[in-house]
Design a protein. Structure first.
Ligand code: HEM
Length: 404
């Protein structure tokens, strides 16, 4: 029996460790028909890049998952264009409007605050001998940073996290049941109402936050419509939240499971080395496994045919393990060259938050190395990490560590 017979995004073995399956896909079936998603899975680096580089051939609009239009089964309002679900020219306009909030200079200015937040959380977490790393640092740091950026009240951060978790968790359930769970619909409505309320307040009385920037027009740059602001704030909440959380969790798992590399970092706990660990974790165990697109015409890929209208999954995490691109890809090696990694996507939709993640993760790792340089799995941490049944967004639900 081949691993291909059991490859499925709902299979717990695949969720636990997808990499052997990806190797088999790349070698034996680089264009693989996945019945449960009704989609073609594309696993080689070259093909993944080709898809993401060609938005005219592979659209982000009207993608079907298991035959159903994703926008109709999502708890979000699918009728509003946002960055992720649009193509040029709509995407070009939206990206132009919001990218000013993510200019490298603006992000660099956030460093002292990120450091302060990270220090506070790490000091509190490591005051105990054993702790849940996800709960103590990996979750609260990104959610606090993005909340402050957006300008939402500190007291609502827990709601923020709950809304975001609920939406993420709804993905797998929607796939199983064909419709989103009621709870996710309720939470999404709550989140959307809250964002609209904030946007309205900022329109009347702007502050220095991101929502104020988006609701105002300046220097001839038009403002987003209220619906667009709402949709963008929700995208940021989710994109800026779970992903960096997962990256931090996956970094710690990778370091503890690779003692030689952890020792390398201990001998050399600089900001640059921490940035290398973060980049290599992005490659080695990507927080985002794959991206979906719709073929706009019949296309040939990997020697096979993809008919017009069908869904393709560009498997980023598999591209990151393609030996044609990265030598010895199954080895976690922070000293390697990671240029060209696919974890932030590629082309026009390349992650807008990449500079923020590239600030947050190394800052947090460096401080952690100073406070608690010898972490190991606590006895209550099961050997098998709980990924919460989620294939596409990969990171531990909880991660119990102890100071050695
Ligand atoms: C480890 C951290 C992160 C990873 C792995 C990640 C991954 C990605 C990927 C793969 C895409 C491409 C989506 C597509 O092509 O359809 C993307 C887009 C995006 N990301 Fe991130 N992301 C991360 C962190 C963040 C953060 C911190 C923010 C914001 C604060 C953010 C905001 C966005 C936005 C707004 C887009 C849409 C860009 C567009 O469509 O033009 N991301 N991200």
């Amino acid at each position: 029996m081949s691993l291909l017979d059991t490859f499925d995004v709902l299979n717990p073995e695949v969720i636990n460790n997808p990499y052997p399956y990806f190797a088999e896909l790349r070698e034996k079936a680089p264009l693989f028909w996945l019945k449960s998603l009704q989609a073609h899975v594309v696993s080689r680096y070259e093909d993944v890049t080709y898809i993401l580089k060609n938005p005219a051939l592979f659209s982000s609009v009207d993608i079907r998952v298991n035959g159903q239009l994703a926008k109709e089964t999502s708890p979000l309002d699918g009728s509003v264009a946002n960055l992720v679900n649009s193509d040029p020219p709509i995407h070009t306009r939206l990206r132009g409007l919001v990218s000013r909030a993510f200019l490298p200079k603006r992000i660099a200015e956030m460093e002292p605050r990120v450091l302060e937040l990270s220090r506070g959380l790490i000091a509190e977490m490591t005051a105990r001998d054993e702790f849940d790393f996800m709960d103590g640092l990996a979750s609260p740091l990104p959610v606090t940073v993005i909340s402050e950026m957006l300008g939402i009240e500190v007291s609502r951060r827990r709601d923020f996290k709950r809304w975001s978790d609920s939406l993420i968790q709804s993905g797998a359930q929607t796939l199983r049941d064909g419709k989103p769970p009621e709870e996710a619909i309720r939470n999404t409505k709550e989140m959307s109402d809250y964002m609209s309320e904030i946007a309205e307040k900022r329109r009347l009385e702007p502050k220095g936050d991101l929502i104020s920037l988006l609701v105002q027009s300046s220097d001839g740059v038009e403002a987003l419509t209220p619906q667009e602001v709402n949709s963008f704030a929700i995208i940021l909440l989710i994109a800026g939240n779970e992903t960096t959380t997962n990256l931090l969790g996956n970094s710690l798992v990778s370091l503890i499971r690779n003692p030689e590399q952890y020792e390398w970092l201990r001998r050399n706990p600089t900001r640059e080395a921490c940035a290398r660990v973060s980049e290599e974790t992005l490659r080695y165990d990507s927080p985002v496994m794959g991206l979906m697109r719709r073929a706009t015409q019949d296309v040939e890929l990997s020697g096979g045919k993809v008919p017009e209208g069908s869904t393709v999954v560009a498997m980023l995490a598999s591209a990151n393990h393609d030996p044609r691109k990265f030598s010895n890809p199954e080895r976690f090696d922070p000293e390697r060259e990671t240029n060209g990694l696919m974890s932030f996507g590629h082309g026009i939709h390349f992650c807008l938050g990449a500079p923020l993640t590239r600030l947050e993760a190394p800052v947090a790792l460096k401080d952690l190395m100073e406070r608690a340089p010898r972490l190991g799995f606590a006895s209550r941490q099961p050997e098998r990490i709980d990924y919460g049944g989620s294939f596409f967004l990969r990171g531990p639900r909880s991660l119990w560590l102890r100071k050695n």
